[in-house]
Design a protein around this ligand. Structure first.
Ligand code: ZN
Length: 493
């Protein structure tokens, strides 16, 4: 059977997916408050249509029968089958019941967080974990652990064996380093970051920054939400959101470069793939590697700010007039252990993830005592970061992920940072990336990332992409070396 017989379904799938994404972006940014109830019904119908298309008998037969002659066609059939396998191994009634349970669980989590009441959320967390375990067991084929099945959903080919090694290395080097920094004589002043900055001016500067690093305003827009994120409908319509704080200048700046990195990835997917199931970033970890690359390796570099700081300083003469670019650079790179993951610095970030990884692993393996979970969380923070939460919103209840059933997701954040450092090390050798940043040649950097990663969308796994690029699969040592070098210099260790 000709491959072309699958094409109408491919386009319909994309149409449903994009429509859902567009509707959800609109709900987050523009839609009036009272729209939610009716809009949710409409989105429910579209989601069901999507499910029925993936699980369509005619399509399933076609997937087995069509002739695949190119790599793209082969990868496309494989991708569709993977999604089919994920959705259809779970009995439909159990899946539907779980979906509404998750909505409830997230609502209860939010309330529990506000009321500082773990007991309220505990039964929901337990049931979410049990359900995720049950769903994973439906998909189990070999000897892999249930947690490995969940990890694989977010990062293909990565399991506890690889992650244990990664996090152990990280712990060995970074935990002592944090102690050394605490005792270092270098004191960095960050007070400039918390002066009063006019929001409208911040928006203008952030737009310029997005443009400067390569965000294409002909193929994308920027909007506002409580928590910044990126979405896309295809490679010519990619959108990200930001959040502006009057007394926290760097927050929006680094959201711009972070989400800008996600957006540039989606804009770089090839035209051939963009309207197919392969037409988006490969995985959570790979996506996060691109955002972290722009946020940390480029966004927190001296080279970028030597060029861009005058623009920022000019916009905020009163606040930044007496702050030199060197002091600004130190300010945006200072490291201080803190309690909240999303506010943490580049050096300590992955330890926040390590703590979640250790707890998640025990939850899925069934060895955790749910009564003791908040205490375990606090003890790990004290052990690795030397800080202790004074309430649950700073502790076990701070993240939305577990309440939404996202177990196995957290590690991909840390993997992303590590992959970013690996790519950066490769580009230092091959294209002298630091020189390109100093010269402001972001189009060259963007093109290189497109050639190596972006154009392929979901065609290849993370390890295949890395191997094709630099002859080596994932290797956490680059990340550790990068962090040690950078922070030894900053804190003169
Ligand atoms: Zn991100």
């Amino acid at each position: 059977m000709e491959f072309s017989s699958l094409e109408p379904f491919i386009l319909k799938r994309k149409a449903l997916q994009s429509t859902l994404a567009l509707w959800s972006f609109d709900s987050d940014t523009r839609a009036p408050k009272k729209a939610i109830e009716n809009s949710a019904k409409i989105m429910g119908v579209l989601s069901e249509e999507y499910f029925n298309l993936i699980n369509n008998k005619e399509v399933i037969e076609l997937l087995d029968q069509v002739e695949t002659t190119t790599d793209v066609q082969k990868a496309l059939v494989k991708e569709w089958k993977t999604e089919l396998n994920m959705l259809c191994k779970i009995p439909k009634d159990e899946y539907v019941e779980y979906q509404s349970y998750v909505v409830m669980s997230q609502r209860i989590w939010n309330e529990a967080k506000n009321k500082n009441d773990y007991e309220m959320f505990k039964p929901y967390l337990k049931k979410i974990v049990e359900t995720q375990k049950k769903f994973a067991s439906y998909r189990k084929v070999g000897e892999e652990s249930l947690y490995d099945i969940l990890l694989n959903d977010y990062e293909e080919g990565f399991n506890t064996e690889i992650l244990d090694e990664f996090f152990n290395k990280l712990k060995e080097v970074i935990v002592p380093m944090i102690h050394k920094i605490k005792n270092s004589n270098v004191k960095i002043d960050t007070s400039f970051d918390h002066l009063s900055y006019d929001i409208e001016t911040q928006k203008q500067v952030n737009n310029e920054l997005a443009k400067y690093i390569g965000f294409d305003f002909d193929c994308g827009i920027i909007s506002e939400t409580e928590h910044p994120y990126t979405t896309h409908f295809h490679n010519k319509d990619v959108r990200f959101t930001n959040h502006f704080y009057e007394n926290y200048l760097s927050s929006a700046l680094f959201s711009t470069v972070h989400e800008g990195g996600h957006a540039i990835y989606e804009m770089g997917v090839s035209d051939e793939l963009t309207l197919t199931p392969l037409g988006e970033g490969k995985s959570m970890g790979m996506h996060e590697s691109q955002s972290r690359f722009y946020e940390n390796m480029i966004g927190r570099s001296k080279g970028l700010w030597n060029n861009f700081y005058p623009t920022l300083q000019n916009a905020f003469k009163e606040q930044l007039g007496n702050v030199s670019v060197d002091d600004f650079y130190l300010g945006i790179n200072h490291s201080k252990p803190s309690l909240i993951r999303i506010e943490s610095d580049e050096l300590t970030y992955s330890l926040h993830i390590l703590i979640r990884y250790e707890l998640e692993k025990q939850m899925i393996n069934g060895t955790v005592d749910y009564d003791k979970l908040p205490e375990m969380w606090d003890n790990l923070y004290e052990k690795y970061l030397g800080v202790k939460a004074s309430n649950l919103a700073e502790g076990i209840l701070q993240d939305v992920h577990w309440s939404g059933g996202m177990l196995g997701y957290f590690p991909s954040y840390a993997l992303g940072s590590a992959i970013a450092a690996q790519i950066f090390a490769h580009y230092q050798k091959t294209i002298d990336i630091e020189h390109l940043v100093e010269q402001g040649q972001f189009d060259v950097i963007k093109q290189q990332l497109k050639n190596d990663i972006h154009q392929y969308g979901k065609m290849y796994s993370t390890n295949t992409l890395l191997k094709n690029m630099m002859g080596e699969e994932f290797n956490p040592n680059y990340y550790i070396t990068y962090l040690v070098d950078k922070y030894s210099k900053i804190y003169q260790l």
